[in-house]
Design a protein around this ligand. Structure first.
Ligand code: HEC
Ligand code: HEC
Ligand code: HEC
Length: 479
């Protein structure tokens, strides 16, 4: 009796372990490099393997795909092309230097590397043999034909929200693409972790049942050009569904499922873990570092052009804008903005007001405040002594959410590693924030970060040299 009991404990423990590890691969979403091993998130070093074996960033150049809105009355293929943009399928389903949608983007995880599938209609290596039902089962339910359950690196828990009609249009679009014969390497995961059945358990536990999700949603939300009354519903449909914004912006549980998939869940979009060295901050907060001071127009501008009067995108958000949101209609971007603005805030109300004291001191040549001299030397040429920058060129640091954020991670990361604003169709020029990690030591970076966090009305806690040292060590960007 004793032995049989013991035997039954083992599978349960093994199952729990495998579900956990299988789920961990879900975090691979959107990572474009080797994320920090010692970061706050224990499993956040899941990435697509590029850090290990440096190669060009797949997402550096937007792929040349049809862009823009389908005309009213457009056919299924053009509607599907637009939806594929909204779902950002190309970002994950394209290998560095590879054909769009031909798959093979490596995503490394603690248990090995997985590769995204070829979703062009090639009969042998792609989805050429798929019926609509097969496609639907993969995209909304996470079960691929002849393969079994998918790793949640494919964001099917969000795609469960996609309507039947939109699925049909997406399928029509993918079938219309030129088939690309490209056999994706088999996942490089050792047995027994390579078995897919624990993923079925993970799915059962954590992924919503797509059929139930469909029953709950109103049909109006899927229509293009929705009437005013449905704008927020359309926004919810895009953000919670195809946009899979929560994959980066929602915190994950230990078993790696997102802690919420819809606005009603308090943790939905409440800020994710570090991924690829950047933090996708909370989109809910009402505090100084949140969207409270952003108008709907500001949000639309960021998603469409990559910049607005408060900020410019960087990290994973730069890829999202390049491949996905810049191609969306103003109507849909407004719907997303209206939805985000209506999310219940999770912080105190914003108290930020601009203060001229710092600018006046610097104008008088008084740089006695710690970090001020460094700021004048290294930063003021672009961000100016008044901290207001040059609109849509060099972002203002006064009142900037990345600067004010309680967690200074992104501020320190951008000082150490720099970043380039992505070119977008409406703003084709790119501007570069240089990296300073190679010439400033930890104490100097900390002084600078603390200075900008306490100037021009900014009032956030100082950053310590230790914090910078830790982040520098774990940085995926070199330097
Ligand atoms: C965040 C990354 C990511 C995004 C975005 C994404 N996918 Fe995937 N997808 C994957 C990965 C990784 C796999 C393979 C998972 C596995 O092998 O378990 C996959 C698998 C699939 C499969 C299964 C094919 C097969 O037989 O192996 C289909 C179909 C698919 N994706 C379609 C789509 C469509 C359509 C979109 C856009 C609406 C999309 N994906 C967006 C990562 C992504
Ligand atoms: C050559 C011009 C230039 C210099 C010098 C420069 N920056 Fe930047 N900075 C930029 C640009 C351009 C961006 C936008 C980058 C992006 O979004 O990809 C930026 C972005 C930022 C951001 C993120 C804000 C946001 O909304 O994107 C912070 C914080 C920042 N810079 C701080 C500094 C600090 C501190 C220094 C001095 C150590 C500095 N910058 C020096 C051009 C510059
Ligand atoms: C691949 C990961 C990823 C995905 C997916 C993603 N984001 Fe982001 N997002 C980020 C990161 C990282 C930042 C912080 C850098 C920045 O401000 O540009 C960010 C910042 C933002 C900001 C600026 C917030 C602020 O206060 O400065 C907005 C707005 C935003 N995201 C909206 C969205 C929306 C809407 C979606 C879905 C359509 C989305 N994001 C999907 C990674 C992501």
């Amino acid at each position: 009796m004793k032995t049989s009991r013991k035997n039954s404990v083992l599978p349960v423990t093994l199952l729990a372990g495998m579900v956990l590890l299988a789920g961990a691969v879900g975090l691979a979403h959107g990572q474009k490099g080797d994320a920090p091993k010692s970061s706050a998130a224990p499993l956040a070093h899941i990435a697509n393997g590029m850090g290990r074996d440096p190669q060009p960033m797949v997402t550096a150049q937007p792929h040349a795909l049809p862009a823009g809105a389908p005309a009213p009355g457009a056919d299924a293929v053009s509607r599907g092309a637009y939806l594929a943009r909204a779902g950002d399928c190309v970002a994950c389903h394209t290998a560095p230097g590879g054909q769009p949608f031909a798959g093979g983007l490596p995503m490394s995880s603690p248990i090995g590397t997985i590769y995204s599938s070829n979703i062009t209609p090639d009969a042998r290596t792609g989805i050429g043999g798929y019926s609509f039902e097969d496609f639907d089962r993969a995209v909304r339910h996470g079960v691929a034909k002849g393969k079994g359950s998918l790793y949640p690196a494919m964001p099917y828990p969000s795609y469960a929200r996609v309507s039947e009609q939109d699925m049909k249009d997406l399928f029509a679009y993918f079938l219309s693409l030129p088939p690309v014969e490209h056999a994706v390497p088999g996942n490089d995961i050792p047995w027994p972790l390579s078995m897919r059945w624990p993923l079925a358990v993970w799915r059962g536990m954590f992924a919503p049942d797509a059929d139930k999700v469909q029953l709950k949603q109103a049909p109006a939300i899927a229509a293009q050009g929705t009437p005013e009354a449905d704008v927020k519903a359309r926004g919810a449909y895009l953000v919670e569904g195809l946009g899979h914004c929560g994959a980066c912006h929602t915190p994950r549980a230990f078993t790696m499922q997102e802690k919420g998939l819809a606005a009603a869940d308090a943790q939905f979009l409440a800020g994710g873990a570090t991924m690829d060295g950047w933090v996708a901050k909370s989109l809910r907060t009402g505090g100084s570092d949140g969207l409270a001071r952003w108008s709907e127009e500001d949000i639309v501008a960021l998603l469409k052009t990559g910049r607005n009067r408060h900020s410019a995108v960087f990290g994973g958000m730069a890829d999202v804008v390049s491949h996905s949101t810049q191609h969306m209609t103003d109507g849909d971007l407004h719907a997303i903005a209206a939805y985000l603005k209506a999310l219940p805030a999770d912080g105190a109300a914003s108290t930020y007001t601009y203060n001229t004291a710092t600018a006046e001191a610097l104008w008088k040549g008084n740089d006695s405040q710690r970090g001020a001299a460094l700021y004048v030397d290294s930063c003021a040429a672009c961000h100016r002594t008044d901290g207001l920058g040059y609109q849509e060129v060099f972002p203002a640091l006064a009142g900037n959410s990345a600067v004010l954020s309680a967690d200074p991670h992104n501020l320190v990361a951008i000082i150490l590693n720099g970043h380039q604003v992505p070119a977008t169709a409406t703003r084709p020029s790119t501007f570069t924030m240089p990296a300073f990690g190679w010439r400033l030591n930890d104490a100097q970076v900390a002084d600078l970060a603390s200075f900008v966090r306490s100037s021009w009305g900014n009032a956030s806690a100082a950053v310590s040299a230790d914090q910078v040292a830790k982040q520098r060590k774990s940085t995926p960007h070199g330097n």
